[in-house]
Ligand binder design. Sequence first.
Ligand code: CA2
Length: 143
Amino acid sequence: MKVLVLNGPNLNMLGIREPELYGKGTYNDLVNFIRYAARELDLNVEVFQSNSEGELVTAIQNALGKFDGIVINAAAYTHTSVAILDALKAVGLPTAEVHLTDIHSREPFRQLSYVGMYARKTVCGKGFDGYRECLIWLKETIK
Ligand code: CA2
């Protein structure tokens, strides 16, 4: 079972800025966490981060036929990107949305999630653990 984990803009800054909001772990720590969780669940995982909306759209398109499911933290594009929503719909893979913070208790502009209009599962406000929860949900959903 192959899962693509996508991370959007600025998540590569984890641990460098705003640790009070996003935690002290670095992006590298997050990738290691995801790989470890995937191994425990016997999932084959690929992790990709980009600051570019187009690269994320292309990564979603390229997942067709290669991956069984997607976990996505589209970061700020969550709240703006119809292109990412359209790509997820076009590819049609089971998708779980994850956010480190609880977007529902933050600014009004974070209340709208385009990704959430397609994703059948959303986990937010649980930090790194949210990625593991999404992987568990995908494993259950795909089998
Ligand atoms: O809570 C999340 O995971 C978010 O997807 C993070 C995004 C934010 O725009 C979403 O509303 C919620 C921001 C990611 C930026 O990450 C940073 C990490 C460290 C320092 C600065 C930004």
